[in-house]
Design a protein around this ligand. Structure first.
Ligand code: PMP
Ligand code: GLN
Length: 382
């Protein structure tokens, strides 16, 4: 028998629920991905670059043109001057970026602080590096960071803190004041940060995304991670990037060159070209997704689900306790898929210690209006 290095890990919830949705023919609002197409010029650019012979390995750190686009975007949005040669690395998805950053900094016996509910990619990567995750709960209700609880969790072994804002699954946003507080608390410590900002452009109601890139003091010890998949509606391309100071980027690249070496070449060409030609795409995203959120939320008013419209991401949390308080959220997600043909994600899987009595599901609204209407009809009929 092989001795598992991840004995407590099974097939993840995104795979499980997407498979169940496919098997049952349910509308899939579980795993986060759009059901609409990416911008046509971006798709055409891929074909053109494949045809033009851009089909061999890309540079290990990413295509220069794409790294330059990332650097100019972060300068424009966050006022951060980063060197595309030394501080920007293109990776096969944000997932690989996160994995490599964790392998680069975690030594056996180190601790990493992560906040629950928590995206599922962090903990296993820390375990594989020989470290241990310390889970700190976000406040019940508003999913804000409890800085006292964070401070209590810090030890001399703390080597890494993983931030995720805009936050999956709750949509909560870290503020500039949070970043200042964090900077204060970690000032004298030998630790690093990963700031998972893959939903950086999906922020609503005029709110601003507080990027670590705009916080000089924190950036000096941070790997800032993002994903072209979310921003350009192409989650299946698995292209992401990391922005980190030169010394951190150097260590990350040592890992990245052996985990994957490089991201897919023609996709990098297409993204670089599209970013240069359509800088407005990212400026239009908040209104584009806010409209989807508003359409979905107003349709759901007719249901017995309770919710507060999410301030960010493409996920809406809903409380189903008025419908089936007798079911825990994993049972509810299966019941809803099988009996009412709508697949969702149960929120308890994002916790090390689920909150007793919490009755929350996550619904993805990155969908065509027609899909949202069908889903809402089904949900309102329960
Ligand atoms: N971080 C978070 C918070 C996510 O929701 C996702 C989702 N896809 C990722 C990282 C991974 O991004 P990618 O698909 O680019 O690997
Ligand atoms: N990030 C996506 C979500 O939260 C899923 C990514 C994956 O399937 N691993 O739904």
């Amino acid at each position: 028998m092989i001795r598992s290095k991840l004995p407590h890990v099974g097939t993840n919830i995104f795979t499980t629920m997407s498979q169940l949705a496919a098997q049952t023919g349910a509308l899939n609002l579980s795993q986060g991905f759009p059901d609409f197409t990416a911008p046509q010029p971006l798709l055409e650019a891929v074909g053109r670059h494949v045809g033009a012979g851009h089909n061999q390995y890309a540079p290990m750190i990413g295509l220069a043109a794409l790294r330059e686009q990332v650097a100019s975007k972060v300068a424009r949005l966050y006022g951060a001057k980063v060197d595309p040669e030394l501080e920007v690395t293109i990776t096969p998805g944000a997932t690989e970026a996160i994995f490599c950053a964790i392998q680069a900094v975690i030594q056996p016996g180190d601790e990493a602080i992560i906040f629950d509910p928590c995206y599922d990619a962090y903990d296993p990567a820390v375990t594989l590096a020989g470290g241990r995750c310390v889970h700190v709960q976000l406040s019940d209700g508003d999913f804000a960071i409890d800085w006292q609880a964070f401070s209590d969790a810090l030890t001399p072994r703390t080597r890494l803190v993983v931030l995720n804002s805009p936050h999956n699954p709750s949509g909560a946003l870290i503020t500039r004041a949070d970043l200042d507080r964090l900077a204060q608390l970690v000032a004298e410590r030998d630790l690093y940060l990963i700031s998972d900002e893959v939903y950086e452009h999906l922020v609503y109601d005029g709110a601003q995304h507080a990027s670590v890139l705009a916080h000089e003091q924190l950036y000096a010890r941070t790997f800032v991670v993002s994903s072209f998949g979310k921003t350009y509606h192409v989650t299946g391309w698995k292209v992401g990037y990391v922005v980190a100071p030169p010394a951190l980027s150097r260590e990350l690249r040592k890992v990245h060159q052996y985990v994957n070496f490089c991201a897919v070449t023609p996709l990098q060409h297409a993204l670089a070209e599209f970013m240069a030609a359509h800088p407005e795409h990212i400026d239009e995203l908040p209104a584009f997704y806010q409209n989807k959120r508003d359409v979905f939320c107003s349709l759901l008013q007719g249901s017995r689900l309770r919710f507060i419209p999410t301030p960010s991401t493409y996920f809406q949390l809903v409380d189903y306790s008025a419908i089936r308080p007798d079911l825990d959220d994993q049972e509810m997600a299966v019941w809803l898929t099988r009996e009412h043909a709508v697949a969702s994600i149960p929120v308890s899987v994002f916790y090390q210690q689920p909150i007793a009595g919490q009755r929350l599901l996550r619904l993805c609204f990155a969908k065509r209006e027609e899909t949202l209407q069908h889903a809402a009809e089904k949900l309102c009929a329960i």
